[in-house]
Design a protein around this ligand. Sequence first.
Ligand SMILES: [Zn+2]
Length: 329
Amino acid sequence: MIERTSRVRGVFCAALGLLLSLMSILMLMLMSLSCAAPAQRGAVDPLEDSSRQRAMIDGIAAALAGPMKLRTPEQALLVGFEELYAPLTPAERDFMEAIRALPGGDPARGVETDLDWVRIQDQRVRSVDGEQTMSLQLLPRHVWQAYQAMSEAMKMDLGRSLVIGSGYRSPANQLFIFVSYMPYHGYSVAETLPHVSVPGASDHNRPERQGIDFVSQDGVDLRYSDAPAFEALDEYRWLVENAARFGFANDEPGGVSPWHWHFSGEREQAVEEPTLSPGTRLSHDLCVAKACPSRLGLRFRALISHEIHAPGSAGVLQRPASPKRRIER
Ligand SMILES: [Zn+2]
C-alpha cells in the first residue's frame, strides 16, 4: 500500500514537473513576442504601397498641416524634428523617420539655429493676379550680401531684378513638404523624389551651399511649375552669364528648375569688363566662347553633374493647381 502510494506520488511529481516546464516554455515564448513587438512597429517600409500606408500618409499630412499654419513663417522655416512630430502617433513617427533615413538624405543634419540669419520681408511681386507680398524668407548674412550685390548689378543692366521665393528651410520643414506632396505623386516615394528632396539633401537645408529659388518681379514663376517661362526671362539669361561673378551657380542649366540657384562662394572674375568702353553694359550677347571660357566651363560642369535637389515655397504649403508638374527643390 505504501509502495503504491509512493508510486502515485512519483507520477504526480513528474506530471507537475512537466507542467511547470511547459508553462516556463510558454512564458518564454510570450516574453519573446512582447519584446519583438516594438521592433516590428519600427520596421516601416516607406516603399510599401498599401491602402493602410496611404491612409497613414493622409493622416500625417492632416495632423501636421494645422500646427504648421499656427507657426509664424520663421518658426515654420526653423522647425525641428521633435517639434514637428509632436502631434503624431508612434507609428506615424516611425514612418517619418523612415523617410528621413532614405538613401541620398542626411538624417544627421538638424536645423541651423545659430547662424546669422537675415529676415527678408516685404518683397513684392506684381503678377497677372495682382500685387502680392512674398512670405518671409531666411538667408545666411553672407549669402544675402552676395544676393544684394548681384541684384544691384542686374538692376543696372536690366532695370529690374529677382526676388527671393525660397531661401533656407530646416530638414524637418523639408520632411513636412515631402510627405505633404506624396499624395500628389501616387503616394509613392519614387514618384515624389524627382519633385522634392529628402531631408538634408536639398540646398535649401544646407547653408554651406545655400539654395535660393528666384521669382521675377512679374511673378514668374510663383508656382515653380513653368520652367520654359522662367528660362525666357531676360533675368534668367542674365543669371546664366553673370551669377558666377557673385558666387551663385545652377547645377542644371536647361533642367527642370531654372529658378533654383545655390551660393557656391566661388566667385569667377569678370573677363570682359576691361575690354569694354566706359558705359557699355554687359549682356549675354557679349559672352562668346572666346570671351567667357570660365563661364562656359561652369555650364559644362553643371551639365555633367546633374543633381536632383528639392523644395520650394516657404513654411506653409499651398496645394499647387497642377501638382504633377510642380517642381519643389
Ligand atoms: Zn530650390
